[in-house]
Design a protein around this ligand. Sequence first.
Ligand SMILES: [Zn+2]
Ligand SMILES: [Zn+2]
Length: 274
Amino acid sequence: MNQYSRWIENLLELIPHTPAIFMIDFLRYFVFAGLAFLILYVWKHPFQNRKIQNKKAQPSQFLREFLYSVSSVSVYTLVTLTVLFFRKLGYFKFYEDVREYGWGYLFLSVFLILAVQDFYFYWTHRLMHTKPFFRLLHKVHHESVIPSPWTAYSFSPGEALLHALILPIVVSLFPVHNLALLISMTFQIVRNVLGHSGYEIFPGRFLSNGILKHINTNTNHDMHHQFFRYNFGLYTTIWDGLFGTIHPEYEKTFRKITEEKEKRLSDQIENDTN
Ligand SMILES: [Zn+2]
Ligand SMILES: [Zn+2]
């Protein structure tokens, strides 16, 4: 069989999987964004006094964000299909049997995927905030100045492509099992939805802990949508800390949203019971 007929055969084998690949990504977005929306925007919830910005996101923005997210999922599907195509040709370091490297390695690889993505996101995000790339790639995402759970995948196709490239990058760097990808990408969408949810759910004392304070909070990314020039990180504030891009008011704002509002709520409960 010559090379071209092998390519065509691979393509014909992959094409029927397209709807399933699309649906896995779409449902991951729709279920987690939908749940966060129901809990935080429709039902009465314990975080009502933890709204990060005083203004509310407009219902008209939700549909725009949802449609851009569907477009992003289409881009992710194309990238996944391309990676699977080259995987069939023997490229990339996928492995199928967990026993090959053991469960310890599988969980280490989840951590590695997230660490590489954290670094990749910080620098591509900073690149997208430079003049030539902002309009071209990132403007769509920043149309949501008051983000909502639906903002999670609201990207231009170019930005979605840039984010999707994390897949070929990690499977080029170290051996990756499908389960490790499933766990890390589920963590990614949960974190992403929370970061855009508009409410702070982390405990008030979170930033007082020497280790936990390096983990990104919802306030951190929300402030990125408000102020544009700070807080470029995804999962951690490590790169923002090292390169001096944490918003100077970040810790103060986080404490104001969590501690003061917690105090106000407990005062209110006390007054109500008296
Ligand atoms: Zn964002
Ligand atoms: Zn940005």
